[in-house]
Design a protein around this ligand. Structure first.
Ligand code: SF4
Length: 696
């Protein structure tokens, strides 16, 4: 490896901040600023700055582990791989291919996600593959496809945000989840634009808002409908745009008119004058945007909620026009690319549908298999996890830690324990890996090359900066070795660029067309936005990529966007006498997802050492809890205990817990796996709980 700085990208969130990595004598890397990447211009949050600590962590796995006599003990790679192949082979022989499950992650590179999907369908012949990205953005994806015919998190670059007139930010605490992105919103305000934040908590992001709306968790669908009602009532609909570029307005309009402001105030708790002010701020400028994140999406009505916010954009002519539009702030590092290339239960590479005969033929030809041999769509992430130990007897898991991150986590933990066989690839012994029969130690971002696709739809090249430690192999090497052991000797290369070349062909002509993107282009340019079809045989001279979508037409058959008629409905679980309080869950700035990596970093642990229960002083007084007192939060699914953090910055009817920790304070012991009927996304964002004091 070279000793000069290698320009690359952060391993964590979907902002994919640019950074330089320089090898240091102890074998690790030093992170330095990379000012040339326009998304972060050198800025990094604490997670990105400290990411090298995980490379050299004392708890880093450097040897395969196999379970022997109930204990995980070191083994050779051959022993471990043989054991996995045998476990999967036996399950397939005894129970059929669909008894083998595969679970991926939104942090895997495009090459890994693509190869994992191919491995499941070609080598195992199973339909049972999904990934934790289902928990992250699938409602926004479903809503985007319904309305626009295409899902790309942001249909415009982040650099457009400061130039628009108003942004409504719904259920995003980006000041904590992706801090460098806050700059785009402060620049928006400096340029005279306004920021409306919709969140039941006064977050660090809400502190920057010109208007902060605090709806009850689970009611932002009604909130969006109330705003649309006022837009109609105040004559602010862009009738010419609606007639020219949309379809379905009358039905959506009728649904909105049933949600008059006072009714919406009763449902959401947001006063009518604030609704009117939001409409004025959103409609007066020439351009405006709505951006959603996990708040509206992680609900049993997440797709409809996203649809309601998109309807707001369509009615006011704020989609498919410069500096206007709806976008989703995808969370995981490769949450976008991870859903495009085949590790999702219903998808094939290039964002093709697994139940589309033409898509099956195209991908089968690239893979050199019979289209009829490809399995059909499988279960969604929670449903797959819920079937473990029952229909699904063996599981291969990569880049995920569902013991901490899945809803109703104690139940899922029991399901995992009931498997006949579990193999996990990870960099540390996560809570899920600790339950495995075989654990394989794999490379991390600085030790391997691969591509990711950021929340902007910008495909990026993460470059290898250092050699991995002895004893560690890449996920691609693992899949190659397992395919070989299971009788498929070809088609699973270990070189990421070779995989990407195949991915280009597999994606050609699909919605997420990468065929015009090459590693050479990615190395020379600051990423390329898809779709980027190959213009000719020499892709390097081809298509420039597509930073802005929908300016001429939407990706529907007739080019028109679709209004989706939606109405308010209750959450799957509403408060009652037994469980009178609402729980909402989320993140803190110093931890990432299940914390498998960030909980191994001293600096981050010092900043965010453990879970807490955030509650309003009135609720704390009723409970008799003081700041720091242990509080038990109890739902129909379990109980979690964490110290009280008392603040007026949360609604008195709601408590908040971050979900990064296992054990007694595991927030996901409480969460409700009620699924959205379209996206199959669980309702992480709201469930009914009661609070109890705990003797300290
Ligand atoms: Fe990494 Fe996201 Fe932090 Fe940027 S904001 S440094 S991508 S974790």
């Amino acid at each position: 490896m070279q000793n000069t700085a290698t320009p690359t990208h952060c391993p964590y969130c979907a902002l994919q901040c640019g950074m330089n990595l320089t090898p240091v004598p102890d074998g690790g890397v030093e992170v330095t600023e990379r000012a040339d990447f326009p998304v972060n211009r050198g800025a990094l949050c604490g997670k990105g700055r400290t990411a090298p600590a995980v490379l050299s962590s004392s708890v880093r796995l450097t040897s395969p582990l196999v379970r022997s006599g109930g204990t995980l003990v070191p083994a050779t790679w051959d022993e471990a791989l043989d054991r996995i192949a045998e476990g999967l082979r036996r399950t397939r022989a005894e129970h059929g291919p669909d008894a083998c499950g595969v679970f991926g992650g939104g942090g895997l590179t495009n090459e890994k996600a693509y190869t994992l999907g191919k491995f499941a369908r070609v080598v195992l012949g199973t339909s049972q593959i999904d990934y934790n990205g289902r928990f992250c953005m699938s409602s926004a994806a479903a809503g985007g496809i319904k309305a626009f015919g295409l899902d790309r998190g942001l249909p415009f670059p982040l650099e457009d945000i400061p130039k628009t007139g108003c942004v409504i930010l719904v259920g995003s605490n980006l000041a904590e989840t992706m801090p460098p992105s806050l700059r785009f919103f402060t620049e928006l305000k400096e340029n005279g634009g306004t920021l409306i934040v919709v969140d039941p908590r006064r977050t660090r992001t809400a502190d920057h808002a010109d208007l902060h709306l605090m709806p009850r968790p689970g009611t932002d669908l009604a909130l969006a409908l109330g705003l649309l009602h006022l837009i109609v009532a105040e004559g602010r609909v862009d009738e010419a745009y609606v007639a020219e570029r949309t379809a379905g307005w009358e039905e959506a309009r009728a649904a909105a008119m049933a949600h008059w402001p006072e009714y919406v105030e009763r449902i959401t708790g947001v006063p009518v004058p604030q609704l009117r002010e939001a409409v004025r701020m959103f409609c007066e400028p020439e351009a405006a945007m709505v951006l959603t994140a996990r708040g509206p999406e992680q609900q049993s009505k997440g797709t409809d909620t996203v649809g309601a916010w998109i309807n707001l954009c369509l009615a006011t002519g704020r989609a498919g026009r410069p500096l206007s539009g709806y976008g989703c702030l995808t969370g995981q590092g490769n949450g976008q690319g991870g859903r495009e290339h085949g590790q999702k239960a219903d998808q094939l590479p290039g964002y093709r549908k697994l139940d589309d005969p033409a898509a099956r033929r195209h991908v089968a030809e690239v893979w050199g298999v019979d289209p009829d041999a490809l399995p059909g769509p499988g279960r969604s992430a929670y449903e797959l996890l819920d079937a473990l130990g029952q229909d699904i007897r063996s599981l291969l898991l990569m880049g995920s830690n569902p013991v901490v991150s899945a809803p109703r986590a104690a139940h899922i933990e029991e399901r995992i324990k009931s498997l006949d066989f579990l193999a996990v690839c990870d960099v540390v012994l996560s809570e899920t890996a600790a339950l495995a029969d075989v654990v394989l130690p794999v490379t991390q971002w600085a030790e391997e090359t691969g591509t990711t696709t950021s929340l902007e739809g910008r495909v990026l090249l993460r470059r290898q900066a250092i050699s991995p430690p002895e004893g560690v192999r890449s996920d691609l090497e693992v899949l190659h070795a397992l395919a070989d052991r299971l009788g498929v000797e070809k088609g699973f290369p270990t070189d990421p660029e070779e995989v990407f070349e195949e991915l280009r062909r597999a994606s050609a002509g699909g919605a997420a067309d990468y065929s015009g993107i090459t590693y050479r282009r990615l190395a020379e340019e600051n990423g390329v936005f898809w779709p980027c079809p190959a213009a000719d045989a020499d892709a390097d001279a081809g298509h420039p990529g597509t930073p802005r979508l929908f300016l001429d037409r939407f990706a529907t058959d007739d080019g028109r966007a679709r209004f989706v008629p939606v109405s308010h409905r209750a959450s799957a679980e509403e408060p009652d006498d037994e469980y009178p309080v609402l729980l909402t869950t989320g993140r803190v700035v110093a931890q990432y997802q299940s914390g498998a990596q960030t909980r191994r970093v001293d600096e981050l642990n010092a900043a965010a050492p453990g879970p807490f229960v955030e509650l309003h002083p009135r609720l704390a007084a009723r409970l008799g809890a003081a700041e720091g007192d242990p509080v038990a939060v109890v739902s129909r699914r379990g109980r979690a205990v964490a110290p009280a953090r008392i603040t007026t910055g949360i609604r008195p009817d709601t408590v908040f817990m971050p979900f990064h920790w296992p054990g007694e304070g595991r927030a996901n012991s409480l969460t409700n796996p009620a699924l959205d009927p379209t996206s199959r996304m669980p309702e992480f964002k709201t469930c009914a709980v009661r609070l109890e004091t705990v003797e300290s």
